[in-house]
Design a protein around this ligand. Structure first.
Ligand SMILES: [Zn+2]
Length: 210
């Protein structure tokens, strides 16, 4: 039972070390709190329906159906069929990204000339391997705490996050889902303000709420 002003204890807590990913299953109604532990750290979040074809969260169709490029409290992360997977129910930051794909080995090589460095796409795929979800399906994150802009020249810019230690965004499962989250590995630009830190997942099951 949650009393006013008293934080409920999560059913489960998962610490994601810097530059790595973890996956978790949520039942409909469960809540996932994504915590920026030290501040200025982006968390890439991908989601899949737990049943059927494991339909994925779609950045592009979420943008189209929201008719904007940001995600706010009350908004749902949608599949390409327009079905909600997760809904944002609390948010202490209000700055997130649904424009960029996950950082990955190809981008590090092609854009930054860094060879052999794995990124969020590889780390999310590794976490999703037990669920039979492969690298080719990890394309479309909700980039929590990522601070991006589209300029007057239409270029996309990555700015340092505005999130501080302990900031969080809460996602409620709209159906049974598989969610993977990575502590973004990008240390080559402002994405994580130049320092890679960890992300904590707090999971509230069976109707408990933070
Ligand atoms: Zn990343």
């Amino acid at each position: 039972m949650t009393r006013e002003g008293v934080e409920a204890t999560p059913t489960e807590t998962i610490e994601i070390p810097p530059a790595s990913g973890r996956a978790v299953t949520l039942a409909k109604g469960d809540r996932l709190r994504v915590v920026d532990v030290e501040g200025s750290q982006v968390a890439d979040v991908v989601a899949f329906a737990a049943d059927g074809e494991r339909e994925a969260f779609s950045q592009s169709f979420t943008r189209i159906l929201l008719d904007r490029v940001d995600v706010r409290v009350g908004d749902s992360l949608l599949t390409a069929a327009g079905e909600p997977l997760l809904t944002v129910v609390d948010d202490t930051v209000g700055v997130h990204d649904i424009l960029f794909g996950p950082c990955n080995q190809m981008l590090y090589e092609r854009v930054f000339g860094v060879s052999g460095k794995t990124g969020c796409r590889e780390h999310l795929a590794e976490a999703l391997e037990p669920y039979g979800i492969g690298h080719e399906r990890v394309t479309d994150p909700f980039n929590a705490f990522m601070n991006t802009r589209i300029g007057d020249d239409n270029r996309m810019t990555i700015l340092p996050p505005t999130s501080r230690a302990g900031d969080h965004v809460d996602l409620r499962a709209d159906r049974d889902v598989i969610v993977a989250v990575s502590a973004c590995a990008a240390d080559v630009n402002d994405c994580n303000a130049g320092v890679l830190t960890g992300i904590r997942l707090e999971i509230f099951r069976d109707g408990t709420k933070p």
